[in-house]
Design a protein around this ligand. Structure first.
Ligand code: MG
Length: 338
């Protein structure tokens, strides 16, 4: 088995800012090809990964996967990568997704069908509005016309003004994401203030390690609380029980579709709601994660919608949903002419 990779610079349609990151105009991702399948690493410095660490990880994975046959046993490949190099979850996810894609293409079936999932049970995706001026955030809400749900980045200095401004231009469901911006006491206050604006839930109000803070907020907040930065892998979930109402799963955090499935099961076992999310990434990463959407309650797979030069296609948004099609594997295909 041989791993090929290319680095792509994804140009954002508009600069994107959160409470945790400066405004970005572009992001770099690594597209990985194995056995005719394709996967994507969307490295994030917050989780300790960059394009360089992904490249280094791929070099470390290559020798431990080299003797596996084409259409490799994916559990085995994944375990070998984990043993060769801990962490590096975005890099591992890229290889694992490429192997799943290769398997699907080989049997000429989409992954959702191989897993017995129902493509008509896909929740609508939210569309994310990054921190910006009130005018710019209103304009983004208007441009989000094709999407039924908005996810709004908060944690700036004027969250109430933001919600007020958005409610002037839209009556769509709004979810908010504070990206660890608040203390627990601030978070309770914010949740109380934001609740009257019809906020569906608040994502990651406090620091990732502050589980007591999450519990404090959840016990007092009028809106449900969802963990993102605090929920990296299935190992995190038992200790999050009672601290949050749900979790947000991302391939770049957990290391692949096998672990994503483990997280879904662990969350369900603890009566938590489940969301799948993404980084800024191309259609490759989005199409991979989209295969699991029939299993979840909330979908936030819009990273590719924020990109102006997506080199791939296969994660089309139809009637507000990332459509699961008959295309084999993850359905991601290189966009000819790019
Ligand atoms: Mg988040």
């Amino acid at each position: 088995m041989k791993i090929d990779h290319s680095v792509y610079s994804l140009r954002l349609r508009q600069p994107f800012r959160t409470a945790r990151s400066a405004a970005d105009a572009e992001r770099h991702v690594v597209i990985v090809r194995v056995d005719g399948g394709v996967g994507e690493a969307a490295p994030t410095p917050y989780y300790g990964e960059t394009v360089e660490t992904v490249r280094h990880a791929l070099e470390r994975y290559a020798p431990v996967l080299a003797d596996l046959p084409p259409i490799a046993p994916i559990e085995t490949a994944s375990a070998r990568m984990r043993a060769a190099l801990g962490g590096n979850t975005a890099a591992r996810a890229a290889v694992e997704c490429a192997l799943w894609d290769a398997l699907g293409r080989w049997v000429n079936q989409p992954l959702w069908r191989l897993w017995g999932l129902d493509p008509t049970h896909v929740p609508q995706t939210s569309y994310t509005i990054g921190l910006d001026t009130l005018d710019a955030m209103q304009a983004k809400a208007r441009e989000a016309e094709p999407y039924a749900i908005l996810k709004v980045k908060v944690g700036g200095s004027n969250d109430l003004d933001v919600l007020r401004a958005l409610r002037d231009v839209t009556d769509k469901p709004i979810r908010v994401d504070a990206n660890t911006a608040w203390t627990a006491r601030e978070a309770v206050e914010r949740c109380e203030e934001l609740a009257p604006f019809g906020v569906e839930f608040v994502e990651q109000p406090v620091k990732a390690h502050d589980l007591d803070g999450l519990r404090f907020v959840r016990e007092r907040s009028p809106v449900p609380i969802v963990a993102d930065e605090s929920a990296r892998t299935s190992m995190d979930i038992p200790r999050l029980a009672g601290c949050v109402d749900g979790i947000n799963i991302k391939l770049a955090k957990c290391g692949g579709l096998i672990e994503a499935m483990s997280m879904i099961r662990a969350a369900r076992a603890h009566s938590m709601r489940v969301m799948v999310g993404c980084m800024i990434e191309s259609s490759v990463g989005i199409a991979s994660m989209a295969q699991l959407t029939p299993l979840v309650d909330y979908v936030d797979l819009d990273g590719h919608l924020l990109v102006a030069n997506d080199p791939y296609e296969g994660a089309r948004c139809v009637a507000g949903r990332i459509a699961l099609t008959e295309a084999s594997g993850t359905g991601a295909r290189f966009r000819s002419g790019t």
